[in-house]
Design a binder for this molecule. Structure first.
Ligand code: ATP
Ligand code: MG
Length: 353
């Protein structure tokens, strides 16, 4: 029996609800398969903890986390903590601490889900986001605070090493997909240093992957192409900021923020990777039991694949597709089912297969 040690950080708001649902589904799958099981350990690293104890991650926390095979994460964010504090103190502390430099976000329209975009069924993308540097490297500062002449700087830092490794990762991923296409997205017409370096390194790395078809797009043009010609894109590689924006667009185009998953990968597997739905804590609906758990199920499938359980991952995605196709949907998708209905339905489907 294979055993997978998974650290579970539900976090805040609906993170708690969707991760509980996801764990149930994972346990049902493991039981059904009979050849692997999970050892889950819950961590209460949340905004509530920060408000009462002054920290998200206790001393030695990352060290403890480093012993796990994967991290299953909900969402972080609270009305009582500034977003830049919660993000940096918890999510980014883990991503950066474990060098999870490749953020992978698949997007496609699941059966039965209505997109507002005509032709959205053509969407089948994976967005690869550089997750360790660039615009979110945290460099900069403020001088003359509060003064009319105050200046704030936000310095993007791009390194050749950081750029090369994300391009290599994206090329390998594109190579593994049927269409073998990779689109580079930057803004190298207006930003003439780091962005030009991004372009240059991309074309250098491309020489090692002659079977991958490449093209490039400026980020503004990329948004229009995603809406107007979704079928022309496959894998997209972009910087931390650009890919952050493009992946919210991709999630919205493919139906709902409540569906999309993401993986923060340390591809070398020196440290554990972290898997999370892309949505936030969504306090407007937290505690009501109506959050869409599908994003956390899809996230769980990505985690299974990373853990070497490809068959179980496929079975889970097939069950997710039968679920969405059945029309049993939460409010964000236009239905009236609650989190528990949806979770029970997918669990009994898995049990019956
Ligand atoms: P963040 O600050 O991290 O972006 P947020 O609290 O603003 O988080 P988002 O994830 O950005 O929340 O979601 C925006 C809105 O979309 C939510 O307020 C909620 O109404 C809806 N939403 C997001 N995720 C879900 C979900 N899983 N199920 C149902 N509705 C959702
Ligand atoms: Mg938001």
């Amino acid at each position: 029996m294979r055993s997978h040690r998974v650290a579970v950080i539900p976090g805040d708001g609906i993170g708690l609800e969707v991760i509980e649902a996801g764990k149930k589904v994972l346990e049902t799958l493991a039981k059904k398969s009979g050849n692997f099981h999970f050892e889950f350990e819950d961590f209460d690293w949340s905004s509530q903890r920060y408000l009462s104890q002054g920290e998200y991650i206790p001393e030695g926390g990352l060290e403890k986390l480093s012993k796990f095979d994967a991290i299953y994460f909900g969402a972080v964010g609270s009305q009582d903590v500034p977003d830049h504090v919660s993000l940096w103190e918890l999510r980014l502390a883990i991503c950066q601490g474990f060098d999870q430099y490749a953020n992978v976000r698949p997007a496609r329209v699941l059966p039965g889900v209505n997109s507002r975009l005509k032709g959205a069924e053509e969407i089948d993308w994976v967005i690869v986001r550089e997750n360790s540097e660039g615009e979110y490297s945290g460099n900069g500062g403020r001088v003359h605070q509060g003064h009319p002449e105050e200046v704030g700087t936000e310095v993007s830092v791009f390194t050749r090493k950081g750029i090369e490794r994300i391009h290599r990762f994206a090329f390998k991923l594109a190579q593994s997909r049927p269409r073998k296409k990779l689109t580079l997205v930057t803004k190298s017409n207006a930003q003439r240093h780091g962005m030009v370096l991004w372009d240059e390194v991309f074309f250098e790395v491309a020489k090692d992957f002659p079977d991958v078809k490449i093209d490039r797009e400026l980020v503004d043009a990329a948004t229009t192409r995603m809406v107007l010609k979704p079928e022309t894109m496959d894998v997209i590689v972009a910087t931390n900021l650009h890919a952050d924006i493009l992946s919210d667009l991709a999630a919205a185009l493919s139906g709902s923020l409540g569906i999309a998953p993401t993986a923060n990968l340390n591809p070398e597997r020196t440290y554990p990777s972290m898997f999370e739905p892309i949505h936030g804590s969504a306090f407007d609906i937290a505690g009501q039991g109506i959050a869409n758990p599908v994003g956390s199920f899809w996230t769980a499938a990505m985690m299974l694949e990373h853990l070497g359980e490809a068959t179980a991952a496929e079975r889970l995605m097939a069950a997710v597709e039968r679920l969405t196709a059945s029309g049993l949907q939460t409010k964000d998708l236009g239905g009236s089912a609650n989190t528990r209905d949806v979770t029970q339905a997918i669990c009994s489907d898995i049990e019956q297969q």
